[in-house]
Design a protein around this ligand. Structure first.
Ligand code: CTP
Ligand code: MG
Length: 227
């Protein structure tokens, strides 16, 4: 199934505690977001990439895109204060593809098989998101004392990509804007419309580069791929 992808890349990466946007940090000599772009560049079903970036980083990001020969970038949207604003800016520029994927630029290790599955499921039923089963024991606590051990059955850690019929996501985004609703992911906007969202089992490697320890894991993933 053909699709267009919107990549929010307009964050600042505070939790990474680096001196610049974490997406510009290098893993084995290449910026994190370039790995992400390369996955979509190489996927024959990907018809175009829209990047949401901060205004003052656009030039630098464009230079990298050119240097690494990424041809599918169709344009740049100016990101906003919240991730949801950046995604909306990207969606508004993306034309009207049948299927759109939203994927964090900070997740460079997404599997092409998962992308394919997501696009197909979204085509069939409107909305499908990537996730992995929770591995750890999950408890709730109040004031430092456990109040409940949560049954792990049916619990998922949610990732991106999140794939949608474009019209459905745009309607959900518009309603969220009208209602002043801020979601933590795109699926929440669709869920609150009562539309079912499918889950596609992804890989644990599809980790978001968020804190400094994620870079260690990222380097290890790259090293394992060279073997
Ligand atoms: N993002 C964005 N616009 C924002 C905030 C985030 O486009 N206003 C993007 C980030 O660049 C990243 C993705 O959304 O690719 C996931 O967000 P996150 O991992 O939280 O990145 P940051 O917001 O940059 O990091 P932090 O929350 O630690 O500051
Ligand atoms: Mg953030």
């Amino acid at each position: 199934m053909k699709y267009t992808v919107v990549l929010p890349a307009a964050g600042s990466g505070k939790r990474m505690k680096a001196d610049r946007n974490k997406l510009l940090l290098e893993l084995s000599g290449k910026p994190i977001f370039i790995y992400t772009l390369e996955v979509f560049e190489q996927d024959l079903d990907c018809e175009g990439i829209w990047l949401a970036v901060k205004g003052d980083e656009r030039e630098l990001i464009e230079q990298y895109v050119e240097r690494y020969g990424i041809k599918k970038v169709k344009g740049y949207a100016t990101g906003g204060a919240e991730r949801q604003d950046s995604v909306r800016a990207g969606l508004e520029m993306a034309g009207q593809p049948e299927i759109v994927l939203v994927h964090d630029a900070a997740r460079p290790f997404i599997s092409p098989e998962v992308i394919r599955e997501l696009a197909e499921r979204a085509h069939e039923s409107g909305a499908a998101i990537a996730g992995v089963p929770v591995k750890d024991t999950i408890k709730k606590a109040r004031e430092g004392v456990i109040t409940e051990t949560v049954d792990r059955e049916g619990l998922w850690m949610i990732q991106t990509p999140q794939a949608f019929r474009y019209e459905l996501l745009m309607e959900a985004a518009q309603r969220a804007k009208d209602d002043g609703f801020l979601g933590t992911d795109e699926a929440m906007l669709v869920e609150r419309m009562g539309h079912p969202v499918k889950i596609v089992e992804s890989t644990y490697e599809n980790v978001k580069m968020t804190t400094p320890d994620d870079l260690i894991y990222g380097k290890a993933i790259l090293a394992s791929r060279l073997q």
